[in-house]
Design a protein. Structure first.
Length: 255
């Protein structure tokens, strides 16, 4: 019924619609859309300020959270949606002026309203799911500060920190392992390897270009992976967006 109504409107108002379509194209090329922004805070621990200010907090950059109002109006940013709105307006005005039924306009606007509501609900669920995931991933880590083992937020880690890794721990940053007791780490999120990797402390020999492939770096532990067996100690070599996981996040953001 919607297709038949739209077809009827196009047949009746082809000249009007051509002008409307031209206006929509001009609006889209003038930059009707507003791009998202990114941000990252600094390290809040005064004792870590010199390094923290240089590297930032040990967190991944994320898009600024959209307000519900912005999410709602973003549903109208699609050019075809704008076109159908204008088609509905033209059809409504024509029907009123000529004393005809406005059922075609009602059908078009009803379908658009349903589409906008569905898009709004789905995007709101996505925003809430991201918040829930961030809450679940917040954790603590055992780190050696001033010769004493203390527990701190993973966001406060800085390059050079020595951390303790035990079975069940999520790796909070990219680290070089220097002490290992039968430690195995699951790195599927990073390398796609489903089998846990046996870790070592030995220096690895690179290939012809001196580089060791990511999946073969058995003396390293990377953010996003999990210790499934054993225990060990490691020194942090990269945090936040400088980690391998951060590079992947940055590539996705730039896509």
């Amino acid at each position: 019924m919607l297709i038949r109504s739209i077809n009827t409107v196009f047949m009746k108002h082809s000249r009007w619609l051509f002008g409307v379509f031209t206006i929509v194209i001009i609006i889209s090329f003038l930059g009707f859309m507003v791009p998202g922004q990114f941000g990252m805070g600094g390290c809040g621990n005064p004792g870590d300020a010199p390094i923290g200010q240089a590297y930032g907090e040990n967190v991944l950059k994320e898009k600024n959270k959209k307000s519900p109002i912005k999410i709602f109006f973003s549903q109208f940013s699609n050019m075809m949606v704008l076109l159908l709105i204008l088609v509905g307006i033209v059809s409504l005005v024509y029907s009123i002026v000529n004393g005809e039924s406005v059922i075609e306009s009602v059908v078009i606007f009803s379908c658009l309203l349903i589409n906008v509501i569905m898009g709004f609900v789905q995007e709101m669920k996505s925003e809430n799911a991201i918040d829930a995931l961030k809450t679940m991933t917040q954790s603590k880590v055992q780190v050696k500060r001033d010769g004493v083992w203390v527990e701190i937020d993973t966001a406060k880690l800085v390059v050079g920190d020595v951390i303790l890794l035990d079975a069940g721990d999520a790796i909070p940053a990219d680290c070089r392992i220097f002490e290992c007791a039968s430690m195995k780490i699951e790195e599927a999120a990073l390398t796609g390897e489903s089998v846990p990797v046996d870790k070592v402390i030995a220096l690895l020999k690179g290939g012809d270009n001196g580089e060791v492939p990511l999946g073969d770096r058995k003396n390293m532990a990377y953010m996003g992976s999990t210790v499934v067996y054993g225990r060990g100690k490691a020194v942090v070599v990269a945090t936040g967006m400088d980690t391998e996981m951060g590079k992947i996040a940055d590539a996705i953001a730039q896509a």
